[in-house]
Design a protein around this ligand. Sequence first.
Ligand SMILES: [Zn+2]
Length: 97
Amino acid sequence: MRTHTCLECGAVLKHYDFVSRSVRTQNRNSNIVKIERFKCPVCKHIHRVLPDDLYPYKQYSAEIINGVLDGSITSDTLEYEDYPCEATMHRWLNEFH
Ligand SMILES: [Zn+2]
């Protein structure tokens, strides 16, 4: 089992609960993923731990984010009707490059 440390104070986090979240994938599908939350015993912050295949970008899947970053998905890519808006894609490109 992995241990997670608090980003605020460095203490080892304790399991708190699970929350469900809808993650958008291509073709307007969405997956429900379970996200485990941890609570810091020292500073009481609640931290979410994302599954490894998710970037911390809310409702978009890693597959779509990677497509944007490598240029295979743009606002003209029709098969991705749910593509992120231009501003979101620009933000990803700025942050990852
Ligand atoms: Zn803490």
